[in-house]
Ligand binder design. Structure first.
Ligand code: ZN
Length: 443
């Protein structure tokens, strides 16, 4: 492996979408929650691809205003009718049991059962995803049609779960770059069998970390796989000093459907990640939505809390809560696709490429335009079909490279993709028309 290989946008092979999908499919069946063996199994699967460091934090540990809860595990759960038929079985779908349900083994009337059942009357064929982490309760989740079909008889309900002192588990992996300034990439690992939310994000980041291994990068990349909310809070509580190294960050969730893409800016709103993602999305050829920060969503809520105010945004395809499949059994492996995962992957790597390679140059011949034709620079941008864009890129770079404007500034001003500006700047540098403002990297 060539360890000197620079991070490039097009580091991906044709198989990247399929590789991400295959890994998402592998972890999809696991019953995850905010604690327990499902999280451990998932982290072990990630650890088969990258050297993941796994942390276990004991129940009762204080993390800012929160406390690590008891650990929840479940073996089986079902509802049997009077004929002894299992009408609901956890083995068929782990969404059938509300996460953190306390153990129960009793006979109940239909009326009693109904007080412990969640359905979606407007989507009567789907099983909802429900949790009760911080209020002791038990419940089953089922299609509304099934609930309506139940006869008025006695039912045997069994939830063979265990809520006991244990640990909260999370995993992290650091890809070391040339500096110890960090780029945080974070995905929640607490949802059970929901493919888009968030097997897709976990699988994408696992593959990205794997692809990055052995590449030379300017920033160090911290990949964090933690349960939503409490996991991010735990990491921040244990790494408060370390968190000051985070210069850029992205929460990645729901990246396998064909919607969006949607980018929610960091609380700062003008962080480099906000500019880079917005730029990449504007040039992605899809119908992106770029949203201002709001304190509702995924773990960017914690990273962007005022005491941290980290430059961390959220990338999704469809936005959470805005699609009918969200938090239901319809968020399954048929809802995500390799081609969408590949697009999401390329959006993220394109933004990383911007952040890795943005630099300020100086035009060495700033007095009037240099004569490009004499240097063979008109129409010689190799492999670029759009030579008009390349020529415009050249003119913009030469005009704005006054030691003040970075390549991203120029790309935004010229309304051209960063990659075109970057490629053209390299050519001009090669021809001696550009020098880096503070070229200490020795390149
Ligand atoms: Zn969710």
């Amino acid at each position: 492996m060539n360890v000197q290989r620079r991070f490039r946008e097009n580091i991906v092979g044709d198989r990247i979408g399929a590789d991400i999908f295959d890994f998402a499919a592998r972890i999809y069946p696991i019953c995850r929650s905010i604690t327990g063996d499902g999280v451990r199994q998932t982290l072990r699967q990630i650890g088969a691809h990258i050297p993941l460091q796994i942390h276990e934090v004991p129940t009762g540990t204080a993390v800012f205003d929160w406390v690590i809860p008891q650990e929840w595990n479940i073996r089986e759960a079902y509802i049997k009718n009077e004929q002894g038929e299992k009408i609901v079985d956890f083995a068929q779908s782990n969404l059938h049991v509300m996460s953190y349900s306390v153990p129960v083994r009793q006979r109940v009337s239909l009326a009693q059962l109904k007080r412990h059942v969640h359905t979606l009357p407007d989507q009567p064929d789907l099983i909802p995803y429900r949790t009760s982490y911080y209020a002791e309760n038990w419940a089953f989740c089922m299609p509304h049609h099934l609930l309506e079909s139940l006869r008025d008889e006695t039912y045997e309900v069994v939830i063979d779960s265990c809520l006991a002192d244990g640990h909260l588990t999370y995993g992290e992996y650091l890809h070391s770059g040339e500096t110890d300034e960090e780029f945080l990439l974070s995905a929640h690992v607490c949802h059970p069998s929901l493919a888009n939310d968030n097997c897709s994000g976990v699988a994408l980041l696992t593959q990205l970390a794997k692809q990055m291994a052995g590449m030379r990068t300017r920033y160090s990349y911290r990949f964090l796989f933690a349960p939503g909310t409490i996991g991010a809070i735990t990491w921040l509580a244990r790494n408060e000093a370390q968190s000051r190294r985070i210069k850029h960050g992205l929460v990645v969730s729901m990246v396998g459907d064909g919607g969006g893409p949607t980018y929610k800016k960091s609380r700062r709103g003008d962080a480099m990640i906000d500019r880079a993602m917005a730029h990449v999305l504007r040039h992605c050829g899809l119908a992106p939505a770029i949203l201002d920060f709001s304190p509702y969503g995924y773990d960017e809520r914690q990273y962007c809390s005022p005491g941290f105010n980290l430059p961390v945004g959220l990338l999704q395809r469809s936005m959470f809560g805005e699609i009918p499949e969200y938090h239901t059994s319809a968020d399954n492996l048929e809802f995500i696709a390799p081609e969408h995962l590949a697009v999401s992957y390329r959006l993220i790597t394109a933004a990383i490429n911007v952040i890795e390679n943005d630099a300020v140059y100086r035009n060495t011949m700033p007095k009037c335009e240099p004569q490009l034709g004499r240097r063979g620079l008109y129409g010689m941008i190799g492999g670029n079909k759009d030579s008009a864009a390349a020529n415009m890129a050249m003119l913009w770079i030469l005009n704005l490279s006054d030691g003040m404007h970075s390549l991203l500034d120029i790309a935004e001003r010229a309304n051209l993709p960063f990659a075109v500006i970057q490629r053209t700047a390299q050519l001009l540098e090669h021809k001696g028309l550009l020098v880096r403002r503070d070229d200490s990297s020795g390149e």
